[in-house]
Write a protein that binds this ligand. Sequence first.
Ligand SMILES: Nc1ncnc2c1ncn2[C@@H]1O[C@H](COP(=O)(O)OP(=O)(O)O)[C@@H](O)[C@H]1O
Ligand SMILES: [Mg+2]
Length: 448
Amino acid sequence: MLPPKIQEKRLPKSKLSRLAHLGAMASGVVGNMLVEGGKQWAQGKRPSLQDLLLTPSNASRFADHLANMRGAAMKVGQLLSMDAGELMPEELSIILSRLRSQGKSMPLSQLVKQLEKNWGRDWQSQFSYFNWQPIAAASIGQVHQATTKEGHSLAIKIQYIGINTSIDSDVDNLASLLNLSKLIPQSVNLAPLLQEAKRQLHCETDYCHEAQCLEKYQACLGDDLRFLIPKVHSNWSTQSILAMDFVQANPIESCVNEPQAKRDSIMSALFELLFREIFQFKLVQTDPNFANYLYQSHTGKVVLLDFGATRAYNDAISQGYYQLIRGAIAQNKEEVEAAAHQIGFFSEQIEPQQKKALLALFEQACEPMRSSQAYDFGTSDLAANIKDKSLALSMELNYWHTPPADALFFHRKLGGLYLLAAKLKARVNVRAIFDQVSQTLPSSVSCL
Ligand SMILES: Nc1ncnc2c1ncn2[C@@H]1O[C@H](COP(=O)(O)OP(=O)(O)O)[C@@H](O)[C@H]1O
Ligand SMILES: [Mg+2]
């Protein structure tokens, strides 16, 4: 079980080296722009700054340098590309989605240091097996598999050393880069979103908090045999290490080969869970990244992972969304508008035309709920339509007020499920599921 000698790429740890990375990137991109711009001038073209930034080589330079920052930068990339991605130019989404897939592993010496710091020097005597090769990359850590002497097979999420001290500066640096790149419309006020990213990241570096969220969520879910949430092993868990049952399962995308009825029932279960999360539990796992769902073919269960970004919703927002969906189903524009107000939209100044477009967007997003039959996600171009409408809103109508964070995270979750349903080509009667969950709500909500 001795650690093998592997040479991994060092994580840039000191503040200075992080800044040096950013500096190199910025000057690299700017230098490249000048060369590229020079070439185009010579050909008699008048390229815009944005065109120059978005040449393929500059775009990949941008992504490569951010990948060196890894950790927090990667997480911010995830947040922006999943949430606001729809409202951003395609190029930025591509860059940021590349970031998500670029996890590298921690140098072995740092891994050993982290394990000894958290578990003591003698920890190996309690394990019969420890795989030094990570089995998966996590956003601010990596996941290893091990077996204790008692025979428990564990998945162990180990946080990168020093990640919690660099969050604020990494997020700030990333923000400067985004501004520099001019990839985000001028009217966007990124500040509240970045603030939220910092807050959430700090929260996510405390794996004890994640363990608590997982257990709270499991308690809300109760005994639902369609789902499996790995049990936390608290004796091996600390702020920087989260030890859970290792779950043998396949990526959720592998379900695409299951019969139609199975795919439909998986997605029905996930939509039911979403409605229960927002209306009943008032606790939403807001990261619908496909990697957070696994499928266990031998039991037919969906495995739910990653409770770091679990968010509590207050009654006003929860009821606001109930009203919004109910209003959209009934095609009652006043109700949808009142619900959007209650959720916290329209707090900033908004032109009537923008308001109309935003309400139309909500209506579009509720299309699956309006259909009284099973909605065929495989043949619908819902995701593309929502994206087109959002882009038109932000680019043509110049509406880019930062939505309330609660809304952002809920929309992200809903959008993630739509994408998954489309991927699995599922047919789901979302309306019937909404009605069924409605009946379980206290009459103070369902009779609003
Ligand atoms: N209990 C587990 N059993 C098996 N694999 C796991 C388990 N927990 C995490 N993983 C693997 O590790 C990956 C990253 O874990 P996750 O908790 O999602 O980290 P992050 O919060 O950084 O996204 C998952 O996508 C999955 O592949
Ligand atoms: Mg995850």
